[in-house]
Write a protein that binds this ligand. Sequence first.
Ligand code: HAM
Length: 413
Amino acid sequence: MFEAPRGTRDFPPWEMNKRRYVEEKIRDTFKIYGYREIQTPTFEHLQVFTLKSGDAIIDEIYSFKDKGGRDLALRPELTAPVVRFYVEKLQMEPKPLKLFYIGNCFRYDRPQKGRYREFTQAGCELIGVDTPEAIAELIALAYNLLRNIGLKNINLHIGNLTILSFLFRKLRISEGDKKEVIPLIDKEKFDELYIFMQNVGLSADEIEWFLDILKTDDISRIPISDEIEEEIERLREIFRFLKDIYSIDCKMKLSIVRGLDYYKDLVFEIEAPILGAEKQLCGGGIYELIPLFGGRETPSVGFAIGFDRAILAAESEGYKFPTVYIDYYIIPVTHSLLSESIKIAQILRNRGLLVDVDLMRRGIGKALKYAASINAKHAIFVGPDEYEKDAVTIRDMFTGEQKLISIEGLKNL
Ligand code: HAM
């Protein structure tokens, strides 16, 4: 006996129905906002991922040598592959370039509910523009994608790495210390952060001041300085667009730092509190990767939604996914009418209806039970007496009501 590898999942038909439904909703929403779908390979040269993050990332991904000795990796995310694709083939396309993708990703994570080793991301990259209206539209898209899947209780937080770096400079926090401080901020371990900052020689007043700014959602509490004036103005404008035009409730949260190394300036996250520990549904922001991949410098911003977590969150909130029905289940009443039954199935299938026919040669009772189990709306009995009169019996599977219908009449069902 084999089991699926740790952190991977099999999806039975009823789960796939939900996944395809959500996928279509996501696809439609991306298109409504002017995004076009792309696909990149499931594996890339390992360097695509180590270029920015360094070799440390190798511990977190599935990397391997192929038979030709090349170093490859299953993609842990799609931003770096999309940038690789952009620099290789799409740089000359008119801007802005609005690209979206839905694809599986692989991370050597410790599996738990909502965290898998193979999971799906639905994301997008906006290349060539970073005006406040462009960023506001992108964030509104992320939020509305999740709302359109049926989620009600989600929180959107916006952070800013330029402002955070300015605060670090003001506090004279060294590059080395930043590496210790950032993970503590990310995990909101403010007590540990306090102690660390004390140990590097900051005064209680300075630490309190810093923690206050990290915890506030009030932009006016950020100290005024020429260095970040423009950044703050842009942030204000983005908030204004989101609140006044898109009617989206969002909060500033400077403790959002994001785990990936390529972000700069604005970053954002959307969480579903109902999920508990693994509640982050979406993450994104402005990033810098294109020049690193050899491309001409141009603004880039994007996000990715954890598809599996979004489904989990919708279900936890009690969202009912629509049942997928089949239109007709055809039951030959006697074996001699098998060919006629299949012919009828083909008439209906040729009209694009979802039709199944009993292939097991079972009795009517058992066939009906099976029809119910696959969510058939109607059963059609092909019986000798009716068939002689060019008719069949059609049964409504919900009410049990039965009526005779001519075979000619089936063509107009
Ligand atoms: P990320 O925050 O690493 O960002 O991943 C995005 C989302 O993928 C997360 O918010 C989470 O919902 C989901 N996710 C991550 N790891 C797992 C896992 N092991 N199991 C299930 N779901 C998971 C990125 O990947 C960036 N590429 C987003 C981006 C696009 N930034 C700019 N453009």
